[in-house]
Write a protein that binds this ligand. Structure first.
Ligand SMILES: CC(C)(COP(=O)(O)OP(=O)(O)OC[C@H]1O[C@@H](n2cnc3c(N)ncnc32)[C@H](O)[C@@H]1OP(=O)(O)O)[C@@H](O)C(=O)NCCC(=O)NCCS
Length: 195
């Protein structure tokens, strides 16, 4: 089992661990209505521990394969209570060195700057340790909070995609954004293409 924890001023952000599955299940139960407008259709078994045990195993396999990195986050002073998750999927190497970011925070924790604090740390990790050049993040125009968050982090709007993702029961338009790693070293291309 991989272990990696990023500590910020207020947060502990780690790769998913099987010990955390009850806390993650509690997070999705608590936030079902909060997350519904922004999420794809719920998979069968989402509200079961078995589902989350499978997620932990799949995340570990994807991390090892270099195809995705998922983080679960807690307040530093409440390590057993999950308040959000962050995922970097579709990791591509070669001349692209890119990925797609997704994130969600507990409704009770919005408006405190916690997600921006978390994403500063995880984006830094993806650029410095995973050696990527580009992180893409796309949001529904109605998701004002998400748009503000990305702008504060330095993501730039690159376009608008009609009917981009099937979210909350229908195909939804999305604003397309990304941020590039200005410190990307071209020498990394040789070391990461085989991942
Ligand atoms: C999108 C989402 C992560 C944004 O969360 P958030 O809490 O608004 O984001 P931040 O962590 O950046 O917090 C920013 C807010 O905290 C406030 N804040 C308070 N203390 C702060 C601090 N120390 N530092 C920074 N901001 C602080 C800011 O003023 C801002 O408030 P405002 O939005 O009223 O202006 C959250 O709404 C969410 O999870 N939504 C559901 C899932 C979702 O939409 N995912 C994204 C799909 S694209």
């Amino acid at each position: 089992m991989n272990t990696l924890t990023l500590m910020t001023e207020r947060l502990a952000i780690s790769l998913p661990h099987s010990d955390q599955t009850p806390a993650m299940l509690a997070f999705v139960v608590r936030n079902r209505q909060h997350l519904k407008p922004w999420n794809p259709p719920e998979p069968d078994g989402l509200y079961t521990l078995t589902h989350w045990q499978d997620v932990v195993a799949n995340c570990a396999a994807a991390f090892d394969a270099g195809s995705a990195v998922r983080f679960w986050m807690s307040a530093r002073d409440q390590p057993g209570h999950i308040i959000g998750s962050i995922g970097y999927s579709q990791i591509a190497r070669g001349p692209f060195c890119s990925c797609v970011l997704g994130y969600q925070i507990d409704r009770e924790c919005e408006g405190r700057g916690l997600m921006i604090e978390a994403l500063r740390a995880t984006n830094h990790y993806m650029f410095e340790q995973q050696k990527l050049h580009r992180i893409a993040a796309n949001y529904r125009p109605e998701n004002v909070r998400s748009g503000r968050l990305l702008a504060k982090l330095g993501f730039r709007i690159e376009g608008f995609a009609r009917d981009y993702l099937f979210i909350d029961g229908a195909w939804r338009d999305h604003v397309l954004t990304s941020i590039a790693n200005d410190a990307f070293n071209a020498g990394w291309l040789k070391t990461t293409t085989k991942r």
